[in-house]
Structures are given as C-alpha cells and as structure tokens.
Design a protein around this ligand. Structure first.
Ligand code: BTN
Length: 244
C-alpha cells in the first residue's frame, strides 16, 4: 500500500475511492463547516464535471481533487483563484517541457491540455463569498479523449500521490502570494506562462466567434484582444486553439 501523501501544514486530506464529483462532495463538506485547506481527492469519479456543463472522464489513474477555500472576499475576487490554481498546476511540469496557461484556466503541456480547473463559489446574500471549491482534474497517467475536446490531451507522468503533494504545495504557495500581494503577482505569473502577445486566437462567445490578436489579461482577469473592429475585453468565453 502506498503511504498517504503529505499535505501542507494545516491542510486536511479526505481520500475517497470513488465519488460522483469531488466538487460536489467538497461543497457538501464546506456547507457542513469544513475548514480551508480541506482537500477532497477521489481515485475515480462517476459524474466528473467540466466547464460549460461538459463531463470530465474520470477513470482510475488520473488525479481528481477539490480544495475548499474560505477567502473572505467578494465574488469577483474569488474568480481570481482559478488563475492561482493554473499556476500551481503549471509549476508541476518539469524536465524542460513546454508549459503554457490558456485563458481562463487551462494548462497545456507540449500543446496538449494536461489539466482542467473548475472553481465554484458559494455566495452569501450580502455578496460575500462563503466558500470556494477549487476543482482540478489532472492527467497523470493518460489523456482521456472526449468528443468535445478541441485539441489533444497531454499527461504529466509520475504518480498520483506525488502529484497530490506537488499540487497542494503549489496551491499553498500561490495562495499565500495572492493573500499577500493580491492579483497583480498572480496576473504577472500567469502572463509569463501565457502564449505570446499578438498571437492570433479565436474566442467563442455563445454563437459569436471573435477573431483577434491576444493582448493579455487585465487586472480583473478579463481576456484582452485586438480585433479588426478595435480592442475587445472578454469576461466569459471559450478560447479556441492553442495560442494563448
Ligand atoms: C474543464 O472543463 O476544463 C474543467 C474540468 C474540471 C474537472 C475537475 S476533476 C475534479 C473536480 N470534480 C469535478 O467534477 N470536476 C473537477
């Protein structure tokens, strides 16, 4: 039997063999009072969820986890935590492999998607965030092929246990940066790892397809594009292709 992974000080591991979705389980635990740093990890999910209502194939072999955070902030600031997660995932990639973050929260290795991130916030009536569940699916052993995937998958390699240790350490490190310095440091780290400015990208906004040159990300986490019709600021959409 493998030893339980070691988590950062103050974190709590909830290890499950199988669950519907670790995000749902973490939300349930958060509602019941679980503290920040509760890390729900399942060997497999039977109802793994991706962004935009997609499913996330979750057989044994990859990492499926959700971290409970209690950031004491407003909803727009909580959305910054998806970028915190992307940096923690990107830091796991070693051996000189090309790693790139892709707006809003994807991480690509050698051009293939290695992780998906699904942050979900619970907002109180006063607009204050009660908790955030930071869901991360990481391709450790294999890259599931999904019909809706627009580009290939990639794998991290190594073991799930070592990925748990590296990921939680990275999350703790980047969360401390976010708390101490705010979004500016996170944004700078994200832009360092993003595609080149000026790269041609397509963004799907509902039924509309916007084509433009990647012009960065602003202080609110919105994607910036230069289009033939002028600058565009995009708060919600899907970036197609690999460029940024
Ligand atoms: C994406 O669509 O890119 C986001 C995928 C997020 C998948 C992870 S796996 C762990 C957690 N539990 C879920 O049901 N989804 C997230």
């Amino acid at each position: 039997m493998n030893p339980a992974p070691v988590l950062p000080d103050g974190w709590t591991l909830v290890a499950l063999d199988s669950v519907g979705s670790t995000n749902d389980e973490a939300a349930r635990l958060a509602e019941a009072g679980a503290t920040e740093g509760t890390f729900v990890w399942a060997k497999q999910q039977t109802g793994g969820r991706g962004r935009r209502g997609r499913r996330w194939a979750s057989p044994v072999g990859n990492l499926y986890c959700s971290t409970i955070l209690r950031p004491d902030c407003s909803a727009p600031r909580a959305a910054e935590l998806g970028f915190v997660a992307a940096l923690a995932v990107a830091d796991l990639v070693q051996d000189g492999r090309a790693v790139r973050v892709k707006w809003p929260n994807d991480v690509l290795v050698d051009g293939g998607k290695v992780a998906g991130i699904l942050p979900e916030s619970s907002i109180g009536q006063d607009g204050h965030v009660e908790h955030v569940v930071l869901g991360i699916g990481l391709n450790v052993a294999f890259a599931p092929s999904l019909p809706e995937m627009r580009y290939p998958g990639a794998t991290l390699g190594g073991t799930v246990g070592s990925a748990v240790e590296g990921l939680t350490a990275g999350l703790a490190r980047w969360l401390a940066e976010w708390r101490k310095h705010g979004f500016d440091t996170i944004r700078a780290g994200w832009l360092d790892r993003a595609g080149p400015l000026g790269a041609e990208v397509d963004v799907k906004l509902g039924d509309e397809l916007v084509r433009g040159a990647f012009a960065g990300m602003d202080r609110e986490g919105a994607l910036l594009l230069e289009t033939p019709a002028g600058p565009r600021r995009i708060v919600s959409g899907e970036l197609l292709g690999r460029a940024a």
